[in-house]
Design a protein around this ligand. Structure first.
Ligand SMILES: [Zn+2]
Length: 352
């Protein structure tokens, strides 16, 4: 565990927190309402990319400079602030005050467009950016050069083993009340989809029936050519039988704490998927239970609660998809760049 403190005066700016992987929806914008905190209480993550102003337009950056910072396809603009921001839930921060002249955003909250909007309450140094405007997962991003990380005496949180994660089988349900697809699923599938396309090498891809087909299959069918032979995709990971040695692409879980992908045996190309979504796909039984004989018991009118069904077809998050794909060197291949350009031009056209 660690506490982050002001680099100038040493005042504590956070509770004791332990590091986990940056969540897959860290760069997602969703809907037009206030969203919950990005990070779980007691955790922090490091965003490896530069963030915050100055922002520069793509036309000012140039291909070489963009590639040097890991972006391989055109984007609207890129932030050129310091890399390595420390991301936490707002409730895990303390000892800061707002900088009123930097509190822009103002639909429902702050969006951090002016750079750090929180100062150390003790010495006045700008130390962090609070983001809580509509469409953004609420977060405080500590400026990496304005804070120091101080280890605490608390024992480090143990890294949960793959076996324990698989045994818990705690996945995130794909549909939320009152019947909308989970934004986590839209982000996780959007990110994995970018890597799935790379693994396909432009060939048709066959996805298992059921939820995987409803989430990945429809969009892969729309973006890739149809026909045979198709590359076969299947889930592989802890708690599942070893994958078929002839499998082409293995959809594997990405550890929520370390961010590392589970490694399959064999020659299949591993495509990482956020572990909570993977766990649901791997272990949730979609069959509804019905009495074998005799119908519904007396006094029971029907299922309660009713199983949730989504209002519309699943659409991966096109913003997360494009963000991920732009950072994969393979996007420079013409066929994949064609898909990137097509989705970027119409990010909400079907199948997104
Ligand atoms: Zn200070």
């Amino acid at each position: 565990m660690a506490v982050f403190a002001c680099a100038r005066c040493g005042a504590a700016l956070t509770a004791a927190v332990s590091q986990i992987a940056l969540p897959v929806h860290a760069h997602q914008t969703y809907g037009h309402e206030l969203l919950p905190a990005l990070m779980e209480p007691g955790t922090y993550a490091v965003d490896p990319e530069p963030s915050g102003p100055p922002w520069r337009l793509w036309s000012e950056i140039g291909v070489q400079e963009a590639e040097a910072r890991g972006v391989f396809a055109p984007v609207g603009a890129l932030p050129f602030g310091a890399p390595g921001a420390i991301v936490l839930a707002p409730g895990d921060t303390c000892g800061t005050v707002l900088i009123p002249e930097r509190c822009d955003g103002y639909c429902m909250g702050l969006d951090g467009r002016d750079g750090p909007n929180l100062a150390c309450a003790n010495c006045g140094q700008a130390v962090a950016t609070r983001i809580d405007d509509c469409s953004y997962w609420q977060a405080v991003r500590l400026a990496p050069d304005a804070v120091r990380r101080l280890p605490t005496a608390d024992p480090a949180r143990r890294t949960v083993t793959w076996e324990a994660l698989a045994e818990e089988r705690q996945g995130t349900p794909p549909v939320e009340p009152p019947g909308v697809w989970s934004p986590w699923w839209e982000a996780a599938v959007g990110s994995a989809l970018a890597h799935l396309l790379v693994a396909s090498a432009g060939a048709p891809v066959a996805v298992p029936d059921g939820l995987a087909a409803n989430t990945f299959g429809r969009v892969l069918d729309a973006l890739l050519p149809q026909g045979l032979p198709a590359k076969r995709v299947a889930l592989a990971g802890p708690g599942l039988p070893a994958p078929d040695p002839a499998l082409d692409i293995a959809l594997v879980p990405q550890h929520p704490q370390t961010g590392r992908a589970w490694q399959p045996s064999g020659t299949a190309v591993a495509v990482p998927l956020a572990a909570d979504v993977w766990m649901h796909l791997a272990f949730h039984n979609e069959r509804s239970l019905v009495p074998v004989t005799g119908g519904t018991p007396e006094g029971v009118l029907r299922d309660d609660p009713l199983p949730m069904h989504p209002w519309r077809l699943f659409r991966p998050d096109s913003g997360v998809f494009l963000h991920t794909l732009a950072r994969v060197p393979a996007v420079r291949q013409p066929w994949l760049r064609g898909i990137y350009d097509q989705v970027r031009a119409q990010p909400y056209a079907r199948p997104f």
